[in-house]
Write a protein that binds this ligand. Structure first.
Ligand code: HEC
Ligand code: HEC
Length: 238
């Protein structure tokens, strides 16, 4: 329990863990500095298919949408922290996160391309069309309760599994190591929770998501995924 609370704080405020446990994938020391206009423009060009060792299949926009809003199985990238996105590309390359498409894409990007393209996506205002106006209200309520209060509310496991502890009450309150979930597609969220359950994604710091996913039933997953997909993504630019 203590460990989870400490971890939540560390992840939310982004101190400690990153320096010790995360290798800096792209060799940058400017995590806190805003990227310059040249880097962002380069990132946009890469997203549009201009990676050096790229081809048509390397055009991020084709799958992730014109401005990173996501689509189908491809997640929304707009507004996610760049360091999280860069860590994921490195994980695909190393195979600690499995995806046939993304391992291929990630292994062809250079370190500076990873830096530029993740900076561009991080700079975009999140937008998504993941909300389902027909979603079942009871399912959404169940998902909302799980996100806010955790499993078996009041029990020891409740505190550890309340998603908001790390992912924020709303969209953009999460730290640089924790992606926001609001507006992410339900299918994608559910697929990732199953990937932790079956071990095809095992790149998360201290196995935190694996431990949580293992406690979720198929119904919990469906409910929490629907809940987050129907929360409007929020921009951190007020
Ligand atoms: C052919 C379709 C396709 C293309 C092209 C593509 N992606 Fe993806 N991307 C996906 C899919 C599908 C996933 C989800 C894979 C999984 O389940 O892990 C994904 C996942 C990701 C993730 C993980 C996001 C998260 O929230 O964890 C990142 C980062 C990413 N892609 C970046 C890129 C970048 C950058 C490019 C271009 C250089 C790119 N992708 C090109 C389909 C694509
Ligand atoms: C103790 C902190 C913590 C808690 C609590 C937590 N998460 Fe996470 N979550 C993380 C971290 C850290 C990551 C990033 C993992 C990585 O780097 O691969 C993550 C990633 C995710 C992702 C992947 C998103 C993407 O873009 O690929 C999903 C989905 C997710 N969490 C769902 C949940 C749900 C649902 C709950 C509640 C049932 C929850 N999380 C509770 C820390 C937490």
């Amino acid at each position: 329990m203590r460990r989870f609370l400490t971890l939540a704080l560390v992840l939310a405020f982004g101190f400690g863990v990153e320096a010790q446990d995360f290798s800096n994938p792209v060799g940058t020391s400017d995590n806190d500095q805003s990227p310059d206009a040249g880097t962002l423009e380069r990132g946009r060009l890469i997203a549009a298919g201009g990676a050096q060792q790229g081809g048509v299949e390397m055009k991020c926009m084709a799958c992730h949408g014109r401005s990173g809003q996501g689509g189908g199985a491809a997640p929304m990238l707009a507004g996610l922290p760049w360091s999280y996105l860069a860590d994921q590309l490195v994980a695909y390359r190393k195979g600690t996160r499995e995806s046939r498409i993304m391992s291929e894409v990630a292994s062809r990007l250079t370190a500076s391309e990873i830096r530029a393209v993740t900076a561009w996506y991080a700079s975009k205002s999140p937008s998504s069309d993941a909300a389902d106006p027909e979603a079942d209200t009871r399912l959404l309520e169940r998902g909302g309760a799980l996100a806010r209060a955790g499993l078996r509310s009041g029990s020891a496991s409740a505190e550890m599994t309340a998603c908001v502890m790390c992912h924020g009450q709303d969209a953009m309150e999460s730290g640089t190591a924790v992606p926001p979930l609001a507006g992410q597609s339900a299918d994608y969220i559910a697929s990732q929770l199953r990937a932790w359950q079956n071990g095809t994604r095992h790149n998360d710091p201290l196995n935190v998501m694996r431990e949580i996913a293992e406690q979720l039933s198929a119904d919990d997953i469906e409910a929490v995924a629907a809940y987050y997909a129907n929360l409007p993504p929020q921009s951190d630019e007020e």
